[in-house]
Design a binder for this molecule. Structure first.
Ligand SMILES: [Zn+2]
Length: 235
C-alpha cells in the first residue's frame, strides 16, 4: 500500500512537473511580435528578466526550437528589453536571463559603459523598435573594472578606462588600498559603474528621457554574480 501510494505520488508529481515544463515551453518559446510587445509594460519587462534568471539559476532554462524562432522572426523583430552588458564570456545576457531569438537587444562592451554608440543603439532599441526596459548589467570580478582600479595604460584600453572615472570617484579612504586584489573595492566600483551608467542614459539622451517620463520605458541597474549565476537588482 505504501509502495503504491508512493508510486502514485511520484507519478502525479512527474506529470505535474511535465505539465509545468510544457506550459513554460509554450509561453517562453512564443516569439515577440509587435502586438505581443505592446502587451508588455516596463515593469513587466523587468519581471520577465527576473523570472528568466530564476529559471537559469534553478537549472530550468526553457529548451525552445531556436530554428523555429529564427523562421518566425525573419521578417521583423520586437524585443521587449535591451541589455547593456560586459563582454565577459561568463555573462552572456541571453543565457543568464533565459531568453532566446528576438527577445532582447544586447549591447556588450568591456565594463558595460555607455558611450555615444551604445546610447544610439539604445535609442534604436527603445524609440524605434519599442523595447520597454533597459538593464545595465555589471558583474563581480570584472576585468575592465580591475584594470581601471589599477590604472592600466595599454593601447585603446587606456581610452576605454576613462569611462570609469565617475565610479572611481565614489571611493573614499575607508574603501582601502586602490588595488584590484581588494575585492570589496572592485565590487563597489562595479556597482557604482552600473548605477551611474544607468543614470547617465536619461541625462545624455533626450529621446530616452522622454520615454521614461512618459512611463513607456524603465531603466534598471543590476549585478551578475559569476560564481552563482544570480542577478541582483540594484535600487
Ligand atoms: Zn566585465
Amino acid at each position: 500500500m505504501i509502495t503504491r501510494r508512493l508510486f502514485c505520488g511520484c507519478l502525479a508529481g512527474g506529470l505535474s512537473f511535465a505539465a509545468t515544463a510544457a506550459h513554460a515551453q509554450s509561453t517562453e518559446c512564443a516569439v515577440f511580435t509587435p502586438d505581443r510587445q505592446k502587451t508588455i509594460t516596463p515593469d513587466g519587462a523587468v519581471a520577465r528578466l527576473k523570472a528568466g534568471n530564476e529559471r537559469f539559476t534553478a537549472g530550468k532554462s526553457v529548451n525552445c526550437n531556436l530554428m523555429e524562432q529564427v523562421k518566425q522572426t525573419a521578417k521583423d523583430q520586437s524585443p521587449f528589453a535591451a541589455i547593456v552588458g560586459c563582454i565577459d564570456s561568463r555573462v552572456p545576457p541571453e543565457l543568464v536571463f533565459d531568453q532566446r531569438i528576438g527577445d532582447v537587444f544586447c549591447a556588450r562592451v568591456a565594463g558595460n559603459i555607455a558611450n555615444t554608440d551604445i546610447i544610439g543603439s539604445l535609442e534604436y532599441s527603445t524609440k524605434v523598435v519599442g523595447a520597454k526596459a533597459i538593464v545595465v548589467l555589471g558583474h563581480n570580478s570584472c576585468g575592465a573594472i580591475k584594470a581601471a582600479v589599477d590604472n592600466v595604460k595599454l593601447g585603446n584600453i587606456t581610452a576605454l578606462l576613462t569611462h570609469f572615472k565617475p565610479a572611481l570617484a565614489t571611493l573614499t579612504k575607508a574603501d582601502g588600498h586602490l588595488d584590484s586584489h581588494n575585492y570589496p573595492l572592485v565590487q563597489k566600483v562595479a556597482e557604482a559603474n552600473a548605477r551611474l551608467t544607468a543614470a547617465s542614459l536619461t541625462k545624455r539622451s533626450p529621446i530616452i528621457k522622454a520615454l521614461v517620463d512618459a512611463k513607456q520605458l524603465t531603466i534598471v541597474a543590476a549585478m551578475h554574480d559569476i560564481t552563482t549565476g544570480k542577478v541582483s537588482w540594484l535600487a
